[in-house]
Ligand binder design. Structure first.
Ligand SMILES: Nc1ncnc2c1ncn2[C@@H]1O[C@H](COP(=O)(O)OP(=O)(O)OP(=O)(O)O)[C@@H](O)[C@H]1O
Length: 270
């Protein structure tokens, strides 16, 4: 059993204490039909930190990420066994509404995917789709989300222009603004910078570090330098959906416990 910090019972309780566990997988297994994509995963993810998920292609990183906010529910053949606790509440309990869960645990995808709408509407959509527009000052929330996504200064005079007219890096920050508009606690990111050039990547990396002051960030990345640069914790998955090592990023990169992890991070395979 892995060590966890204190967990609370409520899904809504945003603690200010550092290093509190916000998400905890316990004996989590995910299957696609008869194929097992994740094997008995135990992991405690700390609040307001960046946790990186790394490992070779097909080892289950995205599957694990999607299991956190039940995006795997949308895949017919996917089946989850075990528990995934969010503030001590199993998100797979029958009484958990996946839409409400995704309001608390937002997601950003690999390829920037703004809608063919204005910059403003792209972010406001993040509120509408999550049903959070009642009693909400939409202008204020859009501005705040764009500021938190480090995009406001670049778009404040062109909020009516199409989101598709932005550069790739700006589009990804727009998508991050859309994800944080409903004020989630956790942001899941699936290779959010892999489609960006080095300058845009660097901006998104800086942004991720800033976001962790307010949000818990879990990021899948193929880029080990990126994981080493921006994450506090690193989880190394290896082929077969096994979580081989999880710990402080510095430890994992400087002194991994497992030879297989060392081989992977030094580029001997993967
Ligand atoms: N929708 C799906 N239906 C069936 N099998 C799937 C599905 N999604 C993923 N898999 C399988 O589950 C395993 C884990 O895939 P996953 O995408 O989680 O790995 P990954 O580590 O994120 O890979 P990559 O780094 O290439 O994105 C793979 O064998 C993959 O083929």
């Amino acid at each position: 059993m892995i060590q966890t910090a204190t967990e609370t019972e409520s899904c809504d309780n945003r603690s200010t204490r550092p290093d509190e566990t916000v998400l905890r997988a316990s004996d989590l297994n995910v299957y696609y039909g008869d194929d097992r994509a994740l094997r008995s995963i135990d992991m405690a993810i700390p609040e307001r930190k960046v946790t990186a998920l790394i490992g070779p292609s097909g080892c289950g990183k995205s599957t694990f990420l999607r299991s956190i906010n039940r995006m795997n529910d949308l895949i017919d053949v996917a089946r989850v066994e075990g528990e995934l606790y969010f503030h001590g509440k199993n998100v797979y309990d029958d009484d958990v509404d996946p839409v409400a869960l995704r309001r608390k645990i937002g997601m950003v995808f690999q390829k920037p995917n703004p809608f063919p709408k204005s910059i403003f509407d792209n972010v406001a959509y993040g509120l509408e789709v999550q049903g959070t527009t009642d009693d909400v000052d939409i202008d204020e929330r859009v501005e705040r989300a764009l500021k938190n996504a480090a995009l406001w200064n670049e778009v404040e005079d062109r909020l009516d222009e199409s989101g598709l007219e932005l550069s790739g890096g700006q589009q990804q920050r727009l998508c991050i603004a859309r994800a944080i508009a409903p004020d989630p606690e956790v942001i899941l990111m699936d290779e959010p910078a892999s489609a960006l050039d080095p300058v845009a990547t660097s901006k998104v990396e800086d942004l991720i570090e800033e976001l962790a002051e307010e949000y818990t960030v879990v990021i899948v990345t193929h880029n080990m330098q990126q994981a080493a640069r921006i994450s506090n914790k690193t989880a190394v998955f290896l082929t077969g959906g096994e979580l081989v090592e999880f710990g402080d990023t510095n430890e994992i990169f400087e002194n991994p416990d497992h030879d297989r992890v060392e081989d992977y991070i030094t580029g001997k395979f993967g």
